[in-house]
Ligand binder design. Structure first.
Ligand code: NG1
Ligand code: MG
Length: 490
């Protein structure tokens, strides 16, 4: 295996991409950050780390709240990332975690022979629990072959927290990569992505695999069309030349793991799937929980699926009684069989709206990719405008049908509209970031200036509490597609 400078890994035969070890060299863009982290590691542990890993956050360009229904998405890795310095621990079996931001992230130690962290996690998860999900993921993957080798780890992250840029998955995925390397595993990117997606579920959110997939598969210079069905696959997509994507953080934080909003949507999608599967007389209707499996079982295309929803899900709100009557089950059965641990309280379900969003959004992802491919062949102003329209439609659908926008996000969107820039909420929503497409670097600079003037210079008190006025360059920035996970040896 040779070192690979672009971080994308070596290809060892069809479809198997390994995270290659790279030598940490002074010209690596990340060099000075890792050097600082190395110094912190030495200060904390009095020794040199053995290796470093870097795992990026991501911004999703289109395809929101569809991954857990089996549909594809179109994200790109951002340059913000989590980096770890990792070394062995002379105290046997001991894991020691230290974050450079000592003021906000407490130290954590545990014995790997006897994993003391309870997973799934009660209450709002502390930062180190995301790390422990990754350790647990590798432990489960290796089974009896897992050896509780002690690790000392220093962490430095600059992905904005609870902002829809996937800081949580960057942390989980970095832990999976570091632990897998310590365990001497062969590092196949797709497998690592799948393990990371699965073990992040220990946090309690029933999420899809978008964030972990792009964290590993991302490549400098292109976005990726990530498909989950029938198996994980990433296809590089060249974004239209000259276009510049801007991320703006509303500063309204949303910790999904501490609320039930995300899982409520997952549950509504699962119930809608079963509702339709039953109408289609599928004998295994109870087992079909993802729209994509229903689509496949019925051989439907996107349009037929949309018509089915409009025809069979006619109510705006379904009650527990509606569902129980239709399926001949009791409320208790509904709770135990169909609701998750943190959605037991749900009384009403908006099956029609959620289903329509998912199916229409998945259609938009396919169109977006196709247009990008056409644009790589020949420039067309009309096609570029169509991309902008798709992003706007996506946002409108997330606000109206999926109800996961936020008043502060809406203010950012309104300012974008005034600037004639197409923008949408990115990530799970209920706060967090928007992503916007600008026609050129100059337009992006003017747009950022307008956002600083009309949004960041006028933050309301509830946001000012957390954010002292500054230049806001860390919360509103133009972004280029970056590399996926990397592993550096000294
Ligand atoms: P964020 O908001 O970045 O955590 C979440 C899910 C994704 C996807 C999006 C919505 C996790 C780890 N990730 O992303 O899988 O469902 O919401 O498109 O929960
Ligand atoms: Mg997250």
């Amino acid at each position: 295996m040779t070192a690979n400078g672009n971080g994308a890994g070596d290809t060892l035969g069809p479809g198997i991409e390994l995270v290659a070890q790279q030598k940490l060299q002074p010209e690596a863009k990340i060099y000075s950050r890792l050097q600082k982290l190395g110094a912190f590691y030495r200060e904390q542990f009095g020794a040199e780390p053995d290796f470093f890993v870097r795992v990026p956050g991501r911004v999703n360009i289109i395809g929101e709240h569809v991954d857990y229904c089996g549909y594809s998405v179109l994200p790109m890795a951002v340059t913000q990332s989590i980096v770890l310095a990792v070394g062995s621990n002379p105290t046997k079996h001991q894991l020691q975690l230290r974050n450079v931001d000592q003021a906000h992230f407490q130290n954590f130690d545990c014995d790997l022979k006897n994993l003391s962290v309870e997973l799934p996690l009660p209450g709002g998860p502390a930062w180190y629990k995301y790390f422990m999900c990754g350790v647990r993921g590798i432990e489960e993957k290796l089974g009896k072959k897992f050896s509780p080798i002690g690790m000392r780890i220093a962490v430095d992250g600059n992905v904005p927290l609870a902002a829809g840029l996937s800081s949580s998955s960057a942390m989980v995925s970095s832990s999976v990569l570091a632990t897998a390397h310590v365990q001497g595993m062969q590092l196949d990117r797709k497998e690592l992505a799948s393990i990371s997606a699965q073990c992040e579920q220990y946090i309690g959110t029933h999420s899809g695999g978008m964030d972990q997939a792009i964290a590993y598969l991302g490549r400098e210079g292109c976005a990726h069309h990530i498909e989950f069905h029938p198996k994980l696959n990433g296809t590089p997509v060249t974004l239209p030349s000259g276009k510049c994507f801007v991320v703006a953080n509303s500063l309204a934080q949303k910790n999904k793991a501490a609320s039930s909003d995300y899982n409520e949507r997952v549950v509504e999608c699962r119930l809608a799937t079963r509702w339709l599967a039953r109408h289609k007389n599928l004998s295994n209707w109870q087992d079909i929980i993802r729209f994509i499996d229903l689509e496949e079982a019925c051989g439907m295309d996107n349009e037929t699926f949309e018509n089915l929803i409009k025809e069979k899900l006619t109510k705006w709100v379904y009650t527990r009684a509606d569902i129980c009557q239709e399926w001949g089950i009791t409320e208790q059965e509904l709770e135990t069989k169909f609701l998750t641990a943190n959605t037991q309280h749900m009384q009403e379900f908006k099956l029609r709206q959620r289903a329509l969003h998912v199916i229409q959004e998945s259609g938009r992802v396919a169109k977006f990719r196709k247009i990008c491919e056409q644009l790589a062949q020949r420039a067309s102003v009309e096609d570029v405008k169509q991309l902008g329209r798709l992003m706007r439609q996506s946002h409108e659908s997330l606000r109206e049908l999926y109800e996961c926008s936020h008043p502060d996000v809406e203010r950012l969107i309104a300012i974008s509209e005034k600037q004639n820039v197409s923008a949408r909420v990115t990530g799970a929503g209920w706060g967090g970031c928007i992503v916007a497409m600008c026609d050129s670097q100059e337009d992006a600079a003017a747009y950022i200036k307008a956002l600083k003037r009309d949004y960041y210079a006028q933050l309301p008190p509830h946001l000012l509490e957390r954010h002292q006025p500054n230049d806001f360059n860390e919360v509103v920035f133009a972004t280029l597609p970056g590399n996926g996970a990397e592993l550096f040896v000294q």
